[in-house]
Write a protein that binds this ligand. Structure first.
Ligand code: SF4
Length: 248
């Protein structure tokens, strides 16, 4: 069985989001997702119902492409990379580790990694979904807590990255964090970024104003965030630089 990706390796480019923002990376975007978020900005990676297409590729072929690009950092994204064929994905990540790549995985955190995958990834970037995504966010959070509870058994780092569309989303984050002691205990980086689909119209004024509003919300809640000192408000750097032109 082969892996399914939307295309070959994309890079070198830069990581546009989260605590590795600005890092030179190569992207492998896997095909297929178990969610259908209302504002998904990678519909081509979701499935045939969204008009997506994929290529079949082996882990060795992906690594050959990565070696040719010669960038030490790789981001495995999607879709949700963790719904790939389990054994093939596990062997692929082992190969990346053997080759010395720094491996970051981007997932909403709905599916637990199996076998050695959890231990061979350097950075888990989890994006649990909020009310605006139109998803069963409570179920998603239960799965995310599994990552947070087990990450201490690994040498990996973990971040929570939230795409915030409106004040309801923001308040929901606070509500979930208030009832989730795991996040507090491990000082997990918490990234808030405005939902950026409006940039499809090149409306940077709107994006700046969304960032501004998010900063105002956080700054008006400093007593709440005092318990989460790893809170960060960040833009999607790739959208700021390239807008609709896809560079990640
Ligand atoms: S989880 Fe991510 S890839 Fe899947 S639908 Fe939501 S935004 Fe799109």
């Amino acid at each position: 069985m082969k892996l399914e990706a939307t295309e070959g390796v994309f890079g070198p480019t830069i990581q546009g989001e989260g605590m590795n923002i600005g890092m030179p990376v190569s992207f492998v975007r896997f095909y297929g997702c178990d969610f259908r978020c209302s504002w998904c900005d990678t519909p081509f990676a979701l499935g045939k119902d969204k008009g997506g297409t994929f290529i079949e590729i082996t882990g060795e072929e992906i690594v050959d492409q990565l070696d040719a690009i010669d960038c030490p950092n790789v981001v495995l994204s999607g879709g949700n990379p963790l719904i790939q064929p389990r054994k093939e994905f596990e062997l692929f990540v082992e190969l990346l580790r053997d080759k010395g790549y720094y491996v970051q995985v981007e997932t909403q955190g709905s599916v637990r990694p199996v076998g050695t995958v959890f231990y061979n990834v350097d950075c888990w970037s989890l994006s649990p979904k909020l009310p605006s995504a139109g998803k069963m966010e409570s179920e998603n959070w239960k799965a995310v807590n599994w990552f947070l509870e087990n990450i201490v058994d690994t040498s990996a780092t973990i971040q929570l990255k939230f795409v915030v569309s409106n004040d309801e989303d923001y308040n929901y984050i606070k509500q979930r964090l208030s009832t989730d002691i795991v996040v507090k205990r491990f000082l997990t980086p918490i990234i808030l970024q405005p939902e950026g689909l409006q940039l499809e119209t090149f409306d940077f004024t709107n994006y700046r104003s969304s960032l501004n509003h998010l900063c105002d919300l956080v700054n008006s809640d400093t007593s709440f965030w005092a318990d989460y000192k790893t809170i960060r408000v960040l833009p999607q750097l790739h959208k700021v630089i390239w807008g609709v032109e896809r560079k990640r």
